[in-house]
Design a protein around this ligand. Structure first.
Ligand code: PEP
Ligand code: MN
Length: 332
């Protein structure tokens, strides 16, 4: 249950209600909001005079539910916003990881040439093997910050674990929580304490319920700027790296008030399939696409097989434009 308490409520009384119903307390515009477990369907009548408004739910998808806030939340990224009333689709490109100044500089130039505005690259990479490239760490974040200063692009970068969450939050404009980190409560809680947008990727073994509940940790921590990213889930199929769950996206669009970004690159795992999938993603009428692009994919230190080179992306980009138009969206 979400309970909006009246502005003038005595703080001690608010605490009493919160404790009685095991509620998480959230302050928004000087208003106290209580979020109880969904099993609470009503509170004692004696508190009614202190309640402004309340909502009941059939699961712990609460703050993210369209039953609570009926449209997609607006989130500002750089000079553009996604969600809300606008119809922007943010096309985010960049390599899997920052590898060198030259590589990230070439990428930034390419983004500018395409007329796009956002640069994404990981610098703390969550790899499946301890023996592969783990990212440049803080040095990579500094290179990304240099590109932001030079080109004005907002930077999207990934936090791998909570030990370096503060530094990634400090350097990035959008903080990516990767699929493997979706359950890391240290990260989720730290991301709840900043106002910067959080790009939360779906764990590849997570249900939609678990995915959105991970977002609820950030939302109930006080950060309303959460974007959901579908990047493929594990199924019995082995011919592609993962399976992009577009049915799940339809569910999220219908029921959840958070903007959605789709990542065809990690879902497919092979560059040959990325353009067709990216077009399908654009046709899903979502707030953003995330596509891995590298100046020389063969030489990439991570996710080499799925990254598009600049020529391949350019060709794809031209075909995304009419699809965006057909679904009434503007690419930014
Ligand atoms: C990435 O975005 O480069 C990445 C590691 O993705 P995921 O967390 O979806 O595997
Ligand atoms: Mn990657």
């Amino acid at each position: 249950m979400i309970i909006h308490l009246k502005k003038n409520i005595n703080k001690i009384l608010a605490k009493e209600i919160a404790e009685k119903y095991q509620a998480v307390e959230l302050i928004n515009e000087n208003k106290i909001i209580l979020i109880t477990p969904y099993s609470v369907k009503k509170i004692d009548e004696k508190y009614n005079e202190h309640v402004d408004n309340s909502w009941i739910f059939d699961s712990d998808i609460q703050l993210a539910s369209k039953k609570y806030f009926p449209s997609t939340r607006e989130i500002k990224i750089g000079k553009f916003a996604i969600g809300g009333k606008n119809r922007n689709t943010l096309v985010i490109i960049g390599p899997c990881g920052v590898e060198s100044k030259e590589q990230i500089q070439q990428t930034a130039e390419f983004i500018k040439e395409c007329g796009l505005h956002t640069l994404r690259a990981g610098s703390f990479k969550p790899r499946t093997s301890p023996y592969s490239f783990q990212g440049m760490g803080i040095e990579g974040l500094k290179l990304l910050a240099e590109m932001r200063d030079k080109y004005g692009f907002p930077i999207v970068s990934e936090v791998r674990d909570s030990s370096h969450a503060d530094i990634v939050i400090e350097y990035s404009d959008v903080i990516q929580i990767g699929a493997k980190a979706m359950y890391d409560h240290g990260i989720l809680r730290k991301c709840g304490k900043t106002n910067k947008p959080i790009l939360l990727k779906r764990g590849f073994g997570s249900t939609l319920q678990e995915f959105v509940q991970a977002a609820e940790f950030i939302l109930s921590g006080g950060n309303g700027n959460v974007i959901l990213c579908e990047r493929g889930i594990r199924t019995f199929e082995t011919k592609s790296r993962f399976t992009l769950d577009l049915c799940g996206v339809a569910y999220l669009k219908e029921n959840i008030n958070l903007p959605i970004i789709l990542d065809p690159s990690h879902a497919m795992g092979y560059a040959y399939g990325v353009p067709d999938l990216a077009r399908a993603c654009m046709a899903m009428d979502v707030e953003g696409l995330l596509i891995e692009v590298h100046p020389d994919p063969k030489a990439a230190k991570s996710d080499a097989s799925q990254q598009l080179n600049h020529e391949q992306f350019k060709k794809l980009f031209e075909t995304l434009k009419p699809i965006a138009k057909a679904v009434g969206r503007t690419i930014v």
